[in-house]
Design a protein around this ligand. Structure first.
Ligand code: KG4
Ligand code: ZN
Length: 340
């Protein structure tokens, strides 16, 4: 079964064709990074307009790359929540139009479930299914832990009480004067830094909590970089290159410590020996290495998506939709976009 996926929940226009939930025949991502760079963040109105321009060529490219004619597609899947409402609406309009024109079923997919499914793409057909497992979603908008029973069956164990991990990376990058988007810039700068240089705080929120908090850490980085109160007015915000790399590495280590510890603790508490990580921050090299290392020690298997399926993409959407289609969980043409 070949499914065309469409994803426009934020600032990437994505389309992909995936066969039987695993084999990625194409995955096209038109990024808007250059458009939003001068604003230092995503401007929703501008994102919507860019989706309008990109959608038709991106869908055409995904079909062409997959060597699949539009009439050989069995279903259209689209992310309808959560995300920027204006952006979601455009992907939804495109998907509904295709489904109606071709007379094929429509599948509505949750973006977070998509990120969890990304680790299941291109797995060896002989490999055992990854469920049940614990799933950690770390993106620009979410930081949550779930116990996952199946591709579309997730029970929330904990979530961030303030900033998402990716948001903290983006804000710290901007404090350090690093290039937008912040996560990959901090990742690169941290490579040259000492993760033990600055003892930034780790927020555990109690020994049994699976919730997260990153705003205190962000403020600690701010105070470290600019100083407090009157001192802040005097002190230059420009750090020497090595000091900047040390702050980036120390900040990253504080985030990674909390993510790795809570994820492995959640696996232990849930009695599972497998964890999945998804979302843009799953591309962070230090997080991948530390998680792999500590999970190996604890006898837990880690499923990490390929780098290109960590950040937003439509392959995760088309892959997940296969399981909806098999369960005949189709959407009507009045499927609505939802921000939350
Ligand atoms: O999943 P995603 O593409 O979009 C959302 O659903 O939010 O995640 C984007 C987030 C951004 O905050 C970005 O800075 C972060 O993922 N990110 C990273 C890395 N690559 C992307 N954070 C840390 N290290 C990275 N290598
Ligand atoms: Zn995302």
């Amino acid at each position: 079964m070949k499914i065309l996926g469409i994803e426009t929940s934020c600032d990437e226009t994505c389309a992909a064709v995936v066969s039987d939930g695993r084999r990625v025949l194409s995955s096209v991502v038109a990024t808007q990074v250059e458009i939003h760079r001068k604003y230092g963040g995503v401007v929703p109105e501008i994102a919507s307009r860019a989706h309008v321009e990109a959608l038709v060529p991106v869908v055409a490219e995904a079909l062409q790359e997959a060597r699949t004619a539009a009439d050989a597609i069995d279903a259209v899947a689209v992310v309808h929540r959560p995300g920027l409402i204006g952006s979601l609406l455009l992907g939804l309009a495109a998907a509904k139009t295709l489904a109606w024109l071709r007379g094929i079923p429509l599948v509505g997919v949750n973006h977070i479930e998509g990120h969890i499914y990304a680790a299941c793409l291109e797995r060896d057909p002989g490999a055992p299914g990854p469920f049940p497992c614990v799933s950690l979603i770390v993106s620009g908008g979410h930081t949550s832990l779930y116990r996952s029973e199946g591709p579309a069956d997730h029970r929330l164990l904990g979530a961030t009480t303030d900033d998402a991990a990716g948001e903290a990376f983006d804000k710290v990058a901007s404090l350090l004067g690093l290039e937008y988007p912040g996560g990959p810039s901090v990742d690169r700068a941290a490579e040259r830094g000492n993760p033990k240089a600055v003892p930034f705080p780790r927020s555990w929120l109690g020994p049994d909590s699976f919730d997260f908090s990153f705003s205190g850490l962000k403020t600690a980085v701010l105070y470290h970089v600019r100083g407090k109160g009157a001192e802040a007015k005097r002190r230059q915000t420009h750090l020497a290159d090595q000091e900047m790399a040390d702050v980036a590495a120390s900040f990253q280590e504080a985030v990674v410590d909390v993510l790795v510890t809570k994820t492995l603790r959640a696996a232990e508490a849930s009695g599972v020996d497998r964890v999945i990580v998804g979302g843009g921050v799953a591309a962070n090299r230090r997080l991948r290495a530390r998680l792999q290392e500590e999970a190996d020690r604890a006898g837990i298997e880690v499923l990490l998506p390929a780098m290109r399926f960590c950040t937003d993409n439509a392959a995760m959407v088309a892959g997940l939709a296969y399981h909806y289609a098999r369960a005949s969980r189709f959407a009507d043409l009045d499927l609505e976009a939802r921000a939350g």
